[in-house]
Design a protein around this ligand. Structure first.
Ligand SMILES: *Cc1c(COP(=O)(O)O)cnc(C)c1O
Length: 393
């Protein structure tokens, strides 16, 4: 089916919730996506941080296809082996104790918020349900996670919203104390690198002040690692970069290597209250998805993560040296590029696409989320396309 037909049919039959590029991807291999006419694109999006191992990693494909042929789904009324295998790996890699599997980042955050409210209700009774999140954050599109998202642009026309969510500006411990110091807060929810908010890394001192504040008041600290987690920043969790031990971590995007998954990973304290009937998901822990995710997690050994760090270390200065670039932000291979005023990231993105490089934007920045299998040669290719594009502006 040709490109126009695919695009026209989507246009006719799907809700128009996405501003899409006129690119129809038919297949992919590693870092390269291909359309039906054979035009290739170097992929620096990973499907928004999802395809950690690139397209069609052979071992991942074997695990997924093999599990699909064996048993594709059972519901959580019965046991299958892959979800426990994945959960054990996640506990080992995070130092936390228990996992709940969902199907997306928003759902993982919903589960984390429920854990925190349950813990608070069990130990302190009613009236301690407030969730504090940061201005400029992004936590998902469901009603509760949309409410927790500290960007008004996403909120218009969707109220009324669930109660007891408030925002504080990042980097201001006094504002946090004012919002959460009255004994009515159960959780602080934050990203360590605000992804959709423009790829903005939080200041480590601030993060530690938040952690201390929470620990002193028995407020659960939930770190949303939906975008930063599973190797993206050069460590398995971004928390490791920050030397942080939160009560709950949420994972999603990069965990499944391309299939939908979300995970609430919690310490025993936060997990203990979540007994039978307290939460659930029909698809959560699906064996096909978990079999693929095990391949992703197992691939992320020391050597793999060192490559992420090395590629990032080489890429950052090369990007800083490009024309019209005033700054590079983020952490590891989660990269924001800030341009001189007047140069629109969306225009740069479109020009890159015409030259065969897929990139993202976040607010006013260009955003790069390459697959974590990135090699020096592909990084140099991307920089060279970006240079040509930027020289044209
Ligand atoms: C993408 C994202 C989400 C939402 O994930 P979905 O899978 O789209 O629901 C939540 N938090 C952060 C930090 C994200 O980047």
């Amino acid at each position: 089916m040709n490109r126009e037909k695919v695009m026209d049919r989507d246009d006719a039959c799907l809700m128009h919730t996405y501003a899409r590029s006129p690119v129809v991807i038919e297949r992919g291999e590693g870092m390269v996506a291909r359309d039906a006419s054979g035009k290739t694109y170097l992929d620096f999006t990973s499907g928004i941080g999802v395809n950690s191992l690139g397209f069609a990693d052979p071992e991942w494909v074997r695990a997924v296809a093999g599990q699909a042929a064996m048993v594709q789904h059972t519901s959580n009324l019965y046991y299958t082996a892959p979800c426990g295998r994945l959960a054990r790996r996640l506990c080992q890699r995070t130092g936390l104790d228990r996992v709940f599997f969902a199907n997306s980042g928003a759902e993982a955050n919903e589960g984390a918020i429920k854990c925190a409210r349950k813990y608070s209700a069990d130990h302190y009774g009613e009236g301690r349900s407030r969730v504090v999140s940061l201005a400029n954050s992004f936590h998902g599109r469901t009603l509760a996670t949309l409410t927790a998202t500290g960007q008004d642009a996403f909120h218009h026309d969707f109220g009324p919203f669930p109660e007891d969510f408030v925002y504080v500006p990042a980097g201001d411990p006094d504002a946090l104390a004012a919002a959460a110091g009255d004994g009515r807060t159960c959780a602080v929810l934050m990203e360590l690198v605000q992804g959709e908010g423009g790829v903005v890394a939080l200041d480590p001192d601030y993060v530690h002040q938040v952690a201390e504040f929470c620990a002193a008041r028995d407020i659960l600290l939930i770190v949303d690692e939906v975008q930063t987690g599973v190797g993206r920043t050069g460590t398995f969790l971004a928390c490791e970069n920050y030397h942080l031990r939160p009560d709950i971590v949420t994972l999603a995007k990069g965990l499944g290597g391309g299939l939908p998954i979300g995970a609430v990973v919690a310490g025993e304290k936060a997990a203990a209250g979540m007994g039978p009937g307290s939460h659930g998901s029909t698809f959560g822990g699906n064996p096909v998805v978990c079999a693929g995710a095990c391949v992703v997690v197992d691939r992320m050994d020391e050597e793999f993560l060192r490559n992420v760090q090395d590629q990032a270390a080489a890429l950052w200065p090369a990007l800083r040296a490009l024309p019209h670039v005033v700054g590079v932000t983020g952490l590891g291979l989660m990269i924001g590029i800030q341009f001189e005023p007047g140069l629109r990231a969306a225009d740069v993105r479109a020009a890159c696409e015409r030259r065969g490089l897929l990139v993202l934007t976040a607010k006013d920045r260009l955003r790069l989320l390459p697959p974590l299998i990135l090699t020096r040669a592909d990084a140099e290719k991307a920089v060279s396309i970006l240079r040509k594009v930027l020289q044209g502006f």
